[in-house]
Design a protein around this ligand. Structure first.
Ligand SMILES: [Fe+2]
Length: 364
């Protein structure tokens, strides 16, 4: 892997011309991966009980590890095609994503239930409600970033119709905003208030503030989620959005969807997508499911704190809990982040050569 290079300000034609962000697994790698998972899979064994050493993932592992790191330092986006799918049950596939994740960093909790792997499927959740989350709805989503450094999304089933993945470089969006709307760019450099959508841990406030764009070590970092800015407006103590802030959000959303900035892609069963949330904003179109339960759209999502993460701006501290490079940071601890979770994170951090997580320094 070459060291950090700035490919972050891409446009769709860059991704079409240069396919270096697309990886694929050989038949042999696919077979070994499937075999190693089936060999160890135990439906009664919790994910936390597995460790990296339990799996002999074969040559596919190096490809996935390289793809994750390239997503972090390259375009902010990579795709691995050809994960074993046909021969895997849902639960085996889930374990495979977990096993791969244990080699990429420290998985982060992702919501109210403090889950470390999310099943992205429509369960009737109202995305627009005060506690709504997109991953359990079939709604088209606002452009947003997920709450971690690196997100891995593995497709098991695609929808009957829709569910297209929409991706924009937030660095390119920032450049457009700065050139075309300098006053709004200035607004975006100051605090916006985001709701935690009722997922806050006991020691967290129901909202937090940070700018939409900030810089550190010459890198640009972005943060945007219209839905959470909107729901924050109903929380006591959150200042009302100014006219400039409203305009800023509206213009940013229009920029992100411009055809010369937005890249559209379909995730196929067996595809694994990596996104660096600091330089990419993403979305998804609404979808219709098949009637049969076993054909409904299903993706498995991991949030990862990788050992090679870079220094974050100070303004990212509130949400990420740590801005130091290579630390266990980000995620949504939620309501059930107990000693079992903390013990797992500590063990996994040690295994990856990363410092103990901040919340583990004082209490186990
Ligand atoms: Fe997302």
């Amino acid at each position: 892997m070459t060291k950090p290079h700035n490919q972050t300000a891409w446009r769709p034609h860059d991704l079409l011309r240069d396919q270096s962000w697309v990886f694929s697994l050989s038949e042999n790698a696919r077979k070994q991966l499937a075999y190693s998972i089936k060999k160890v899979f135990d439906p009664d064994r919790p994910l936390f009980d597995y460790s990296r050493e339990d799996f002999d993932l074969g040559p596919g592992l190096a490809t996935v590890v390289a793809a994750a790191e390239q997503a972090y330092f390259g375009y902010g986006l990579t795709l691995v095609r050809g994960l074993p799918r046909k021969e895997m049950t849902e639960q085996e596939y889930r374990l495979m994503i977990w096993a791969l994740g244990l080699n990429l960093g420290v998985p982060r909790p992702q919501g109210r239930a403090s889950q470390y792997i999310s099943e992205v499927r429509a369960t009737g959740m109202n995305y627009r409600s005060a506690g709504g989350r997109g991953y359990n709805s079939n709604a088209g989503l606002d452009f947003h970033c997920d709450g971690c450094d690196l997100v891995a999304l593995a497709c098991y089933n695609k929808a009957k119709r829709g569910g297209q993945s929409l991706i924009s470089s937030s660095v390119s969006a920032w450049q457009a905003l700065l050139v075309e709307y300098p006053e709004l760019a200035e607004t975006a450099r100051h605090d916006f208030y985001f709701s935690r959508n009722q997922e806050e841990a006991p020691d967290e406030a129901p909202y937090y503030a940070q700018p939409l764009f900030d810089f550190e070590d010459g890198r640009l970092f972005s943060k945007w989620n219209r839905n959470r800015v909107r729901t924050a407006q109903d929380i006591l103590g959150v200042p009302k959005l100014s006219v400039m802030q409203k305009q800023c959000g509206d213009v940013l959303d229009l920029i992100l969807r411009r055809p010369d900035l937005m890249y559209t892609m379909w995730l196929q069963p067996g595809d694994l997508q990596f996104i660096n949330n600091h330089v990419i904003l993403h979305s998804r179109t609404t979808f219709d499911d098949y009637d049969e339960l076993n054909r409904k759209r299903l993706l498995f999502r991991l949030w990862i704190a990788p050992p090679y993460s870079v220094q974050l701006p100070n303004s990212w501290e509130k949400f990420f809990n740590s801005t130091d490079p290579g630390t266990v940071r980000g995620g949504i601890r939620g309501h059930n982040h107990d000693f079992v979770c903390k013990d797992f994170e500590l063990r996994q951090a040690e295994s990856m050569g990363m410092p103990a997580p901040v919340h583990n320094r004082f209490s186990a």
